[in-house]
Design a protein around this ligand. Structure first.
Ligand SMILES: [Zn+2]
Length: 162
């Protein structure tokens, strides 16, 4: 991904701003303009609304990466996981703040805003979300009352124009 494209997409990436179809209730991240779930796609075009993901979810699949990608040399092994968010969309991201061996399917995690990597000699720093465990002893059942902590609220984040 080019740097220009990265920065253009950054606000919604770390705000986890998706979209939701008001016809069938399916949430999407990244946001979509048309709902592929609805039988009649065209009817959903005007029915998509902005939708903020909480950043909470659980690990549904993961891999422990031992071969570093460029820029990740200091971080191997690291965990790359598919996280099914409370709202439905599945996100891909690194899981941090625990030993790779402790990651398991069903682990409750929350997206946090972190430095992702540093690029080349110019030192361009990319930021985005990573996932950290909500709490290893947290056994609250899903769907109960919960605090709604935003995934990331950097003060300087610009809202993309609607
Ligand atoms: Zn729909």
């Amino acid at each position: 991904m080019s740097i220009a494209r990265f920065w253009r997409e950054t606000p919604r990436r770390y705000n986890l701003g998706g979209s939701k179809c008001t016809m069938c209730g399916t949430a999407y991240f990244p946001p979509r303009a048309v709902c592929p779930t609805c039988a009649h796609h065209r009817e959903s075009i005007e029915k998509m609304v902005p939708y903020q993901l909480s950043g909470d979810g659980e690990v549904v699949s993961y891999t422990i990466v031992h071969e570093p990608a460029e820029g990740f040399e200091m971080q191997v092994p690291y965990v790359l996981a598919l996280v099914k968010t409370r709202e439905g969309p599945v996100l891909t991201g690194q899981v941090v703040d625990l030993e790779p061996a402790d990651v398991r399917i069903g682990l409750k995690v929350r997206a946090t805003f972190r430095k992702l990597r540093e690029e080349g000699k110019a030192g361009v720093i990319h930021y985005g979300y990573k996932f950290s465990p909500i709490g290893e002893f947290d056994t609250r059942p899903p769907g109960g009352p919960s605090e709604t902590v935003p995934a990331a609220t950097p003060a300087s984040a610009d809202r993309a124009p609607a």
